[in-house]
Each structure stands twice: as C-alpha cells, then as structure tokens.
Design a binder for this molecule. Sequence first.
Ligand code: NAD
Ligand code: UDX
Length: 463
Amino acid sequence: MKITKICCIGAGYVGGPTMAVIAQKCPDIKVTVVDLNEARIAAWNDEDTNNIPIYEPGLSDVVAEARGRNLFFSTEIEKAIDEAEMIFISVNTPTKTYGSGKGMAADLKYIELCARQIARVSKSNKIVVEKSTLPVRTAEAIKNILDNTGNGVRFQILSNPEFLAEGTAVQDLLNPDRILIGGDTTEEGQRAINALVDVYANWVDRARILTTNLWSSELSKLTANAFLAQRVSSINALSELCEKTGADVSEVAKAIGMDSRIGPKFLKASVGFGGSCFQKDILNLVYIAKAYGLNEVADYWEQVIIMNDHQKRRFSHKIVTTLYNTVSGKKIAFLGWAFKKDTNDTRESAAIYVADDLINEQAELHVFDPKVEEGQILSDLNYLDSRTPEENRQQVTVAENPYEACKDAHAIAVLTEWDEFRDYDWKKIYDNMMKPAFVFDGRNILDAKKLTEIGFVYKGIGS
Ligand code: NAD
Ligand code: UDX
C-alpha cells in the first residue's frame, strides 16, 4: 500500500517538526498537520517562517521549502482525517492532574478524543499511528474505540514513538539513530508496518528501521527516556559527593565515559533535568509498575525523580547559604530559562523551581533568556500557584539583555547552557555587580579560571 496523504493531529513540538521533515523528504505525499489551537496553526502559517511557533535550529528552512507545496497546517481536522490514508496522533499526553493516578499516570483524554473523532469521521480504511508517547497497551484502548464503529471501516494501529530531542529536532529527524515501528503480527498488521517503513525509507537507511510488536514499541519509548534520565540523575548524585570529597565531576564523567561500555553521552552534571518528557514518562513508568504490583521496580525508577528534585533544591539552597544565609531583597540574575539550549520550550525547566525557591526567600530575580519571552516566564511561575500572579510580577523582572539583568546583582545563576553565555564580556559584567560577585554555574559552561581571575567567586556543580 502506497501512502499519498498523511494527516497529523497535533501541531506541537513533535507533530510540527516531524511532519515538516516527512513532507520535505517525501514530496509525493500530501501532509496536513491539524490542531484545535487556532493561534498555533496561524503561527505555523505565518508568511515569515521565522515566526513559526517553535524555535528549532534549521526548522524554518524546512518549513519554507515544503509549506504550500505538500505541507499544510490547518484547523479543519475532520476534512484532513477524512482524506488521509494514514493518521498520526501527536497530541499531548501530560501527567494527570486529577482523579486516580493523579500526579503519575499519563492523561489520555486527548488521545481518546482523537480516536473517537477518527472513528466518527472515517469513511475509508485507515492506518492510525501513535506518535505521542503512551503507556504500554494504549493501542488496545484505541483499537477498541476504532473497531466498534459498526460502519465497516477497518483500522490498523501502529506505534511509532518519536525520539527527537528538542534543540536538535531537525538533525535528529534527518539522521535518526533508529526508527521504531510496532504493529500487529497479523498479515494486515505487517502490511500497515510496511507502508510506514516505506515512508521513512525515503531518507532513512532500512537497516535503521526497526519493527516490533505493538507493546514492545510502546514500552521501548518509556524505557529509553527512563534510561537517559537515569544517567543524568546518576551523575548528579555523584556531583554532590564530588563537592564533599574534592573530586571533580567533569573529570569523573570523562574517566567513566571513556569506558566504551558506559559511553560519554548524557553524563553532564547540571542543575537538574527538565523538559516535557523525562519526568512525565518516568512517573508513568512508575505508575504502570505499581499497577502490576511491581513495587520494587516502581521504587527503583522513582528514585530518578527524587534525585532530580533534590538537585534543583540543592542548587537554590546553595545560593542562599553562600550569600550569607539570606537573599531577601538581593538582586539575583538568571541567565537562561529554557530547559536546555537552542529551544524556547520551558516545560519543567529547572529554572522555574529554582526561581520559586528563591522568591520564597524574597530574592529579586532578573531573568534573561535569548529565546523565552516575559509572558512565558511569568506564566510558568504562576502555574506553580505558590503565590499570586501580582506577587510573582513584583519579584521577577525580565531583562532585554544579559548586561541589564546582571547590573547591580549580588549573584548570577546560570540555568541554561546557551552557547552565547560563554562569550559575554564578563569583565564588564563583573564591574557592574555588587561585590563579592558570585556566579553559580548550574551548567558548568563558563570558564571558571577566567572568571576567578576577573574577581568572581565561581561555584560550579560537582567541584
Ligand atoms: P505539545 O503540547 O507541544 O503539542 C500537542 C498539540 O496537540 C497541541 O498543540 C494541542 O493543541 C494539540 N491537541 C491536543 N488535543 C487535540 C485534539 N483532540 N485535536 C487536535 N489537536 C489537539 O506536545 P508535544 O511536545 O508535541 O508532545 C506530543 C507527544 O509527543 C507527547 O505524547 C510527548 O510525550 C511526545 N514526545 C514529545 C517530545 C518532545 O521533545 N517534546 C519528544 C518525543 C515524544
Ligand atoms: C528527551 C530525549 O532525549 C528524547 O530522545 C525524547 O524524544 C524526548 O525527551 P529532550 O527532553 O528534548 O529529549 O532533551 P534532552 O537532550 O534529553 O535533555 C533533557 C534534560 O536533561 C535537559 O534539561 C538537559 O539539560 C538535561 N541533561 C541532558 C543534563 O542535565 N545532562 C546531560 O548530560 C544531558
């Protein structure tokens, strides 16, 4: 079966870039990305592709090439479902905030809404692809909804989890380590798998396209994120031990990472991992394990989150204790708010939690991030509900540039590893700060020696 029309429900961080690359690489396939959010779709359609709603290096060029040719963004969801042979579901699957499983399980209401809408609208057979990250065995529920329409339309369900990382999404999509496709082991299931394999084979070597059963595919996605996050928590746990013993966590990471069995990646100690995926997916894994009565398995993975929360709190605590046990009324400059460099995404960013702690201590925060806007920063803090929006606004100022953020500050905290932070005029920053001038480098990106020579009191993570 050759696919000629694809619909993707959800024009977010995954749906947008993924479909843009499919459209770029498969000019014969019409790709329509739909979303309920009209403002988001309007931004994807902005004449100037620099204004698309997601900042990812290289993405605006991909969109510029394919949009209007075979890539379309629309709010006409039903029309796009109706005409597609293959429908990707790429909607959000956040942690539940209510009811049973609150704070742990994935909230699947958006997924179910999509499945019901597909069931209602479809008049011809379709392949439905789970692109969102889902708990193992979700396909069963989707299948149940789709198989009970009574109108004779047949559906095949595939799991095709996305492994892109934000900030490198386009590169990850163009050169993926692997593409994972899970499907039914029946003949029809295999035909559906092959149809999707053929789409990716337009630019990905077939040897890198892995096919499995549905449940292996669903579980592999949660597992991959859990393993990655676990490495960050492991090195962060050691960073605290390094600070007590005189070992340097960067040296330890290098020494263990050169063991080819361990490998060098994902061993950078930090103020704590953020992003929309790691915490949510591990909590989900913990929830599933508990649901099967596997309490030791659940406890093992939950520790990754406990360690990460500790690391964030430890960072804010260190700022307070170093500043003579009080930051009340003191100006603290934040460099970075995004959860990592090269993205405007702030979901679960460590910066939010560190800021919340410091505001509790009555610090005055001045934030600069190259890509995050004031409204987002305030809304992230308001979402925590620790105090009123007016109180947050009083304690937080968003600066136009880093020099303004750091002027007259008692301390600087680096929360995101943006490359440009290294190249600032640190002497100028120092001259305009209160003395002693402290730098808390939550990403270990600055040149500690140089800063110390200028006169800063430099505190990194894990040394
Ligand atoms: P997102 O919130 O950026 O985008 C989801 C979009 O879906 C939103 O624009 C929302 O309006 C839309 N939507 C929700 N319900 C809808 C409906 N019924 N009809 C039409 N549109 C609807 O989320 P995201 O970051 O793109 O994540 C999507 C999924 O991909 C999640 O399951 C996530 O776990 C997974 N994932 C995310 C990443 C990442 O880096 N962000 C990486 C891999 C996997
Ligand atoms: C992650 C997975 O990498 C990706 O495969 C999946 O599809 C989605 O979740 P993402 O969250 O976009 O991607 O970014 P990632 O590069 O994994 O970083 C996550 C967090 O861990 C960031 O806050 C980052 O700063 C932090 N991190 C990462 C560290 O603190 N140290 C490291 O060594 C690596």
